[in-house]
Design a protein around this ligand. Structure first.
Ligand SMILES: Cc1cc2nc3c(=O)[nH]c(=O)nc-3n(C[C@H](O)[C@H](O)[C@H](O)COP(=O)(O)O)c2cc1C
Ligand code: SF4
Length: 472
């Protein structure tokens, strides 16, 4: 087997890798010079032939997306998705901080291929360091003639602007991003029309992820055949995998697509921490679902993750969950995140994410019922783009962790519900006195009631008993 040579991360350990001087000394911008001497259509075809799939989550073929732009368009815009809001994902940040010129070269070639004269980098608000580095790199590239007017004397013009988001997960969804860029609330749009036909400011727009565009200079430099020699069928090229959670070493590592989750954990992240074993792992950002311990040999590529029932590769950000961690806690945190981030336009998502969260809160408080699991599963199966009930994929991302956790860890969840119910539903003498309208120290006697004393408090499980029954 040929040895793998990292390309996306090759400059990361070089001192001052973020500067133009260092980037150019290592062959930087040669691929752009080569591309700009070609016909834009020819550049687009090379990227199409490489079968580069988008690294932002959906895995859509990049060159194919570019070819959807109308042939008779008068202008094209490029929106670079640098929102990177999927929990545990940090490869875009490192790409921008360590090698901003590789990123700008990718933007330059991609804009040339799609005939875009303006590119907006929609940057996650929290990436303050990346913001400063990008601004400096753009200024350097402009001054050196890699951006601006008549680049390399070809007549091609390109301006790049950094637009900072305001910190919302939904602004990573491409049409939420476009709305936000236009100065509006980041509410995803109903598609069609897709951005390639009508995107930002109603112009044909290409939306691509940072890592996707960083692959482009290497494809131009080394060719589509080289790119397809890396990875596994239908998932070609190098990929930056992030590993975090309960591991000894949190890493972002470049490997061929198709590495197994187990190899990532054991060989690159130093194994599970504290000598424990993995109970489960999130394969590609929390919206992709959950792998159980017995599924850790699944290759992390665009196709293989469907076999164990995950949504897909997503951002290839693996989070390891050790054997001391409760799946209820994992699910509670996940559901809380999606309930907070749902934009609220679609009823199944707005209500569904909120209900998941409330039910998990109740389960954690000891008020869970076994049938809650079936109710959650039914809700999860009916929300999202895949069942066709929502505008965007946030709802699918909220549903998948619930589906996977309940089907793969049902025994643990049932045990938790039973065990915690038993521990917290014990009625205290004080609750008994209140339920029977008996005086409580310092308070006047409560009036006797004819019916049940109102709704059961959230998380509480004090059973109503007839006032005529004697306290135990
Ligand atoms: C809720 C949601 C959040 C998303 N967040 C991001 C993100 O932070 N970064 C990203 O590149 N793509 C994100 N995406 C995917 C984008 O909608 C889009 O598919 C991607 O930017 C296209 O770029 P690519 O083809 O190069 O992957 C998100 C999608 C959804 C549904
Ligand atoms: S699925 Fe959820 S996040 Fe997406 S548009 Fe509908 S309500 Fe908003």
């Amino acid at each position: 087997m040929a040895t793998f040579e990292p390309v996306l991360s090759r400059n990361w350990n070089v001192p001052d890798s973020h500067t133009l001087k260092v980037y150019e000394s290592r062959g930087g911008y040669q691929a752009a010079r080569k591309a700009l001497a070609m016909d834009p259509e020819a550049v687009l075809n090379i990227v199409k032939d490489s079968e580069l799939r988008g690294r932002g989550g959906a895995g859509f073929p990049c060159g194919l997306k570019w070819s959807f732009l109308p042939k008779d368009r008068k202008a094209t815009l490029m929106c670079v998705n640098a929102d990177e809001s999927e929990p545990a994902t940090f490869n875009n940040r490192i790409l921008m901080e360590k090698d901003p010129h590789q990123f700008l070269e990718g933007i330059l070639i991609s804009c040339f291929a799609t005939k875009a004269a303006t590119a907006y980098i929609y940057l996650r608000f929290e990436y303050i360091r990346a913001f400063g580095i990008l601004e400096a790199a753009i200024a350097e590239a402009r001054a050196a003639g890699h951006l601006g007017k008549d680049i390399y004397g070809t007549g091609f013009n390109l301006d790049v602007w950094v637009h900072r988001g305001a910190g919302a997960y939904i602004c990573g969804e491409e049409t939420g991003l476009i709305e936000s860029l236009e100065g509006k609330r980041g509410w995803p749009r109903i598609k069609p029309p897709f951005p390639a036909i009508e995107g930002a400011f109603r112009k044909p727009t290409v939306v691509n992820n940072v890592e996707t565009l960083c692959c482009v200079p290497h494809i131009l430099e080394r060719g589509a055949t080289w790119f397809k020699s890396i990875g596994v069928p239908k998932s070609y090229g190098p990929k930056l995998y992030c590993v975090s959670g309960h591991v000894n070493k949190q890493v972002c590592v470049e490997l061929p697509l198709g590495v197994t989750c187990r190899a990532l954990i054991d060989e690159h992240a130093g194994g599970v921490w504290k000598g424990r074993t993995a109970k489960a792992a999130v394969p590609g950002g929390i919206s992709m679902g959950l792998l159980s311990a017995s599924e850790l040999d699944t290759p992390l590529d665009f196709e293989s993750l469907r076999k164990p029932g995950c949504l897909g590769l997503g951002t290839a950000a693996v989070t390891v969950i050790d054997d001391k961690t409760s799946i209820v806690d994992y699910l509670y945190n996940t559901c809380r995140f999606f309930a907070h981030e749902s934009c609220g336009q679609c009823t199944p998502c707005r209500e569904g994410t909120g209900w998941f969260y409330k039910m998990l809160k109740r389960i954690k408080a000891g008020g869970g019922r076994i049938e809650d699991l079936d109710i959650m599963l039914q809700m999860a199966n009916n929300m999202g783009i895949i069942p066709g009930t929502t505008i965007c994929g946030l709802a699918d991302g909220a549903a998948w962790p619930v589906k996977n956790a309940i089907t793969k860890f049902r025994g643990e969840l049932e045990d938790y519900i039973r065990h915690h119910q038993a521990a917290t539903t014990k009625v205290t003498p004080l609750q008994e006195r209140i339920a029977h309208g008996l005086p409580v120290a310092g308070n006047p006697p409560l009036p006797q009631m004819d019916g049940p004393p109102g709704p059961v408090p959230e998380g509480g499980a004090v059973a109503w008993r007839s006032p005529s029954a004697k306290p135990a």
